[in-house]
Design a protein. Structure first.
Length: 413
């Protein structure tokens, strides 16, 4: 009896000492990822279009060959394999929400390292013939769609389209401002949805709030409130077709389509602006506006003077829009600044206080005489709507009480 027990123990130790085969590691550690109903750690960085399961097939052999044939494995240095880099992409994210993905990502990474090492050590697998293109395991969406659905891309869109418009709210929803504190005391913390921590914290809040309607983005409270379609304490802040409405709706419709995984091809993706936009508390005012402009929708585009070229810059550096107060012969609004993405100007504004320097500027005015923006919110006021221009010099001081004022009688074509 003692001899049998000793023999069994020896056999068990021998079996334990034997290295697992590639197939055994795959079945024990990779297949559970493939079969799990829960999403992989990919959801930390991607909202849709990709999951780690997309790269796995039921067969350990086919999965390895598929990864190898797509250049996702470094056969001679497994730790540098691209598939492992993809799994670890969210590792540097230290935000509160990322913590919940950390344990899952570590398990996935360790599982793939063990299995890939075992597979790469098998000459038969390393040297097996390539799979046919249709046999490869990969995401159902093209790489352009996968990139578009990344959270960092969504945040960039949010910064350009929503965060940049925060000053249109006159500080009512900007967390911590005196006006916001009064409203919070009356209506609760939900009023402070522009978070003090910045655009990422604001986006995280909005995604979990009731302000966004993913099924009907155009009916989101985020839009209906500033339009005053849904009762709004601050009254009308947007009009259909104005800069704020365009920006919010562009973001909301894109976000809804991403979350519904509706983008199938690169050609179906929305056109991305080549400009970064920045909200400011710098204001411009037109006084003594002509009767012909009365109660019409007016857009201002501002161009900076280029000293080196001795000419006006081709693209506007700032813009804003609002309806003219006909009775008071007055128009005024805060500026949104624009700079080519990745330009020195955009980088400077992104890291510091976005502001126009003191200098010479060309102010161009456009009037919507026919109400075309209400009929189609995507339209822009163009040359046919041009009402005139004027050259000014301004230091663009900050604050509602320090706005740059222009006598509209000096504006001419």
């Amino acid at each position: 009896m003692k001899r049998s027990t000793a023999l069994l123990a020896m056999l068990f130790l021998a079996a334990s000492a034997r290295a697992e085969t590639s197939q055994e590691v795959f079945e024990r550690r990779i297949l559970p990822i493939f079969k799990s109903p829960s999403p992989s750690s990919c959801v930390q960085c991607h909202l849709a279009a990709v999951d780690l399961k997309n790269y796995i097939l039921p067969s350990h052999r086919d999965t390895f060959l598929s990864l190898r044939d797509q250049g996702l494995i470094d056969l001679d240095n497994i730790e540098k394999s691209k598939i492992l880099g993809l799994i670890e992409r969210g590792k540097s994210d230290k935000s509160k929400g990322a913590v919940v993905h950390q344990e899952n990502r570590v398990k996935e990474f360790d599982a793939f390292v063990s299995w890939l090492k075992a597979s790469a050590a098998d000459p038969a697998l390393r040297n097996a013939p390539k799979l046919k293109p249709e046999e490869l395991a990969k995401p159902p969406r093209p790489v352009e769609v996968i990139r578009h659905a990344r959270k960092d891309r969504l945040l960039e869109s949010f910064e350009n389209n929503v965060w940049s418009m925060r000053f249109r709210c006159m500080n009512c929803h900007n967390e911590g401002t005196p006006q916001n504190q009064k409203l919070v005391a009356e209506f609760g913390e939900r009023v402070a949805w522009f978070r003090k921590a910045g655009p990422e914290a604001t986006l995280d809040y909005l995604r979990s709030s009731k302000l966004i309607d993913l099924k009907n983005p155009e009916k989101s409270l985020l839009l209906l409130k500033p339009l005053n379609i849904e009762k709004h304490k601050g009254g009308v802040k947007f009009e259909v077709g104005d800069q704020g409405y365009k920006a919010y709706r562009t973001f909301l419709e894109d976000y809804a389509r991403i979350m519904a995984d509706e983008y199938k091809t690169a050609a179906g993706l929305p056109a991305m602006s080549s400009f970064a936009t920045f909200g400011t508390d710098r204001w411009i005012k037109l006084t003594k506006t002509p009767d012909a402009w009365g109660d019409k929708f007016l857009t201002v585009r501002i161009f900076a003077w280029d000293e080196k070229a001795n000419a006006w810059e081709k693209d506007p550096i700032a813009s804003t829009d609002r309806r003219v107060f006909g009775k008071g012969k007055l128009w005024q609004h805060n500026l949104t600044l624009m700079a080519a993405k990745d330009s020195d100007r955009a980088k400077r504004w992104k890291t510091g206080n976005a502001a126009l320097p003191k200098g010479k500027y060309l102010v161009k005015v456009y009037i919507d005489q026919t109400g075309k923006l209400v009929g189609d919110w995507k339209k822009e006021l163009t040359g046919d709507d041009f009402a005139g221009q004027i050259e000014i010099t301004s230091d663009w001081k900050e604050g509602y009480g320090a706005m740059t004022s222009i006598d509209a009688t000096g504006i001419c074509k």
